[in-house]
Design a protein around this ligand. Structure first.
Ligand code: SAH
Ligand code: SF4
Ligand code: F3S
Length: 445
């Protein structure tokens, strides 16, 4: 069968789609990128905000027409919205054939094949706590970049967040399995690996949410094993909850330049009152201290973050505390979200009392601050020499190539003979814009 998979949501979902697709490919099915050529359409969905659900429901609803003209078409919904809405989805979208929960990814090929044989509607939506790790390591094809999911689920229960409900309890994979997966990817040509987890720095803590003592970090131990893979040039990770950056982890990152100098450090708010209401277990001051400790050891480090504006009860003063924290830390990238109440979460009981117009206004203010900071940041890089992991021909201009710095900045340069994707080269920057750096190669690998 020809299979089309459309993914919504975060990188964990992207990774699940890849693993699901790889398991189907192993059974002899073909993955296609055009939905009109497919026999099976799978939608891997997200529930994190209302808009994410509406987008997927709109798109899947639209498939009804296609199904009318081709009744043999199989349509399935997987991922977080599938887990969240379960059988209700059959009422809203009667033309779909299966709904499969987040813990049941490994059953995807069986379900698709049994529906094709028996033509029966099916639901498999078991307890997300039964999540198994089987199949998580399947990869489709080798490229310079690959992601590895190292944990599943989340135990933190931030009050706004649906993830712990739809992804289940946090479990970590074995270090040996992850290292073997990384080695196999690197043998196939991968040069940069992104480690994924909802609470990635809590890896190996057996789901215990209490941050460990300063000298204990299984995540640091994992990183130390991975840096030993010689042909692996870069390691990134997302998302780490701030409280797990203890001395052990900070020292490991500082000692290993293969671990990229750009860290996503979700802050959510700069107001202690709101952080408490969100059940984030740090204050703005503690967050500042973690960022300062990291910067002290690695002055070239840059940060990105996640922020929610308009959480219930957020006043102008709370918002201004967030705004000044963002400007103070100087994040060079930030994902700003307008609070969206999620049924079943603790914050759902609170009055969603910040008007939409104010949420939008706060969002725009932070986006404007961010654009100003990024432009200034890039100007400082003009004239510098940057180490760049070569990706290949630039999307915009085929005479140029592109790659990324350790700080995740895109660099566009004129290629020279012999360079290939995956090389680490040095580029002298001679022009910058708010989004990219431009330059010429000064040193090849
Ligand atoms: N595990 C990651 C976050 C996953 S969700 C972490 O803790 O960093 C990605 C981001 O979506 C969150 O960081 C938060 O900023 C945002 N988010 C989650 N729930 C939300 C909600 N109900 N409304 C608005 N934004 C939300
Ligand atoms: Fe959601 Fe908080 Fe878990 Fe991140 S740490 S997934 S925001 S509950
Ligand atoms: Fe969305 Fe699920 Fe990721 S809710 S953000 S796809 S974990």
């Amino acid at each position: 069968m020809r299979i089309f998979i459309k993914t919504y949501g975060c990188q964990m979902n992207e990774r699940d789609s890849e693993a699901g697709g790889a398991m189907l490919a192993e059974r002899g099915h073909e993955l296609v990128t055009n939905e009109n050529e497919a026999d099976v359409l799978i939608f891997n969905t997200c529930s994190v905000r209302d808009q994410a659900e509406r987008k997927a429901i709109g798109k899947i609803g639209f498939m009804k027409k296609l199904k009318k003209t081709r009744p043999e078409l199989i349509i399935g919904v997987m991922g977080c919205m599938a887990q969240n809405r379960g059988e209700d989805l059959f009422r809203e979208l009667p033309h779909i054939d299966f709904v499969i929960g987040t813990g049941q990814l490994h059953k995807l090929p069986d379900i698709v094949e049994s529906i094709a044989e028996e033509r029966s509607a099916q639901v498999t939506l078991l307890d997300p706590d039964n999540a198994v790790l089987t199949g998580m390591g399947a990869h489709c094809q080798n490229s310079i970049f690959a992601s590895i999911a190292i944990t599943r689920g989340c135990n933190r229960f931030c009050t706004y967040c649906i993830v712990p409900y739809v992804r289940g309890r946090e479990i970590s994979r074995d270090i040996a399995d992850i290292v073997a997966e990384a080695q196999e990817l690197v043998d196939g040509g991968t040069r940069e690996i992104m480690l994924l987890g909802q609470n990635v720095a809590a890896f190996g803590l057996d789901g215990n949410i209490n941050p460990p003592p300063p000298d204990h970090s299984p995540f640091a131990e994992l990183l130390e094993e991975l840096v030993k893979i010689e042909a692996l040039k870069r390691i990134r990770f997302t998302s780490p909850y701030p409280s797990y950056f203890n001395d052990r982890l900070i020292a490991t990152i500082a000692a290993n330049p293969k671990i990229c100098r750009n860290i996503h450090l979700p802050v959510q708010s700069g107001s202690d009152r709101i952080l408490k209401a969100m059940n984030r277990n740090y204050t703005a001051e503690q967050y500042r201290n973690i960022a300062a400790k990291l910067l002290d050891k690695m002055p070239d480090l840059t940060f990105s973050t996640d922020v929610i504006v308009g959480f219930p009860g957020e006043t102008e003063e709370d918002f201004n505390a967030t705004r000044s924290l963002l400007n103070e830390i100087g994040f060079d990238n930030a994902y700003i979200f307008k609070y969206s109440p999620r049924s079943g979460t603790a914050a759902f009981k609170l009055d969603d009392d910040v008007p939409q117009a104010i949420k939008e206004e706060r969002n725009q203010i932070l986006l404007k601050d961010l654009a100003e900071r990024s432009a200034k940041f890039n100007i400082k890089l003009n004239g510098s020499v940057q180490e760049v992991l070569v990706e290949g021909v630039s999307k915009r201009n085929t005479e140029r190539w592109s790659g990324k710095t350790t700080n995740s900045k895109t660099v566009i340069f004129t290629p020279s003979d012999g360079i290939k994707p995956g090389d680490l080269i040095k580029v002298k920057i001679n022009r910058v814009t708010a989004v990219s750096l431009f330059g010429e190669i000064v040193e090849k690998e």
